[in-house]
Design a protein around this ligand. Sequence first.
Ligand code: FES
Ligand SMILES: [Fe+2]
Length: 349
Amino acid sequence: MVPTPDVIRHFHPVLPARSLGKKPVRVEVAGRAYALFRDASGKPAALADACPHRFAPLSKGQVRADGRLQCPYHGWRFDAEGRGANPSQPELRHCDASSFQVVERHDYLWLAERDTPLSAMPDMEVDADEYVYGGAFSQVFEAPLHVSLDNFSEDEHTPYVHTRLGWDDPRADQVEFEAHNFDDRTEVHYRAPQRAAPLMKLLGVRDGDFFQNDWVTRFDPVRSQYTVSWVSPTGKQRPFITRANIFFVPETATTTRLHAFSFLKCVVPAMRPLLPVAARAAAALTWWEVRDDARFIPTVADTPYSHKGMRLDKYDKPLVHQRRLMERIYYRTGPSVASVPLAREASSG
Ligand code: FES
Ligand SMILES: [Fe+2]
């Protein structure tokens, strides 16, 4: 499927805020390039990365002392709203560049078109009274969006692609699984014996514990929120619960950039002072797991968009439904449906 540029009506995380200094930076979303820069006041701005004159990349230009971005080819310059001026023909009109909205949040720069209201910023559902921010990271997946998303939409690959989190091969038949398809999202629940993983003891996980992964996937933009926790064999909740919000940003037809925001909460009051350190450990653990997936993904990068002909199993229940949600909500290319109560479970899937 050919990605449509229309997706930029959703807010996408595109760059760690600290990565944008005095020099412009090029980012790509769904095959379109944007030049990010900071104006004279340090405020981030974004223009289409093609100069209106002869399409040179503005990201290869420089920011002038007055905060305008100057094209590297013939020196046309543009302010944060895209208003352009030509130094060699000052009377020339209609030389503006397309401009976009940039918002800084959770240490990241988020990009959307001008008309997108701030209320459309994705909610990470991490109440500050409960969750502590552990950090964010980005990783490139050498695969199209649909392959990257499918990989993150099932845990059947856990024993084979991962080495720490979750169960191992001898206990692959002890997985409890539930999945529900809704009209705006999918929800998935896994519970299985946690394999021996010494590093996880830092998070209060003990041998014999059960690993639980509950997640929700939405399409405004494409993102999954994973809540991972552990319970003892008798059902006692272990102290720390991790929540990772992962955003799947298609860059080109063959690459996807994942941006992960990791949070941690503690359900044992006496252990709360450990939260800031434990939150960073949880973020590192998340990074490690995502890297396992990133290393594997080139192996399946050529998987077709359609699931036709595949012998899907129960763990794949969200996959087919998610294609439809992605087309309708994210790309806005699928058939439109009558509005239905959000809580209703879709009959399909
Ligand atoms: S291409 Fe940008 S000024 Fe000519
Ligand atoms: Fe994975």
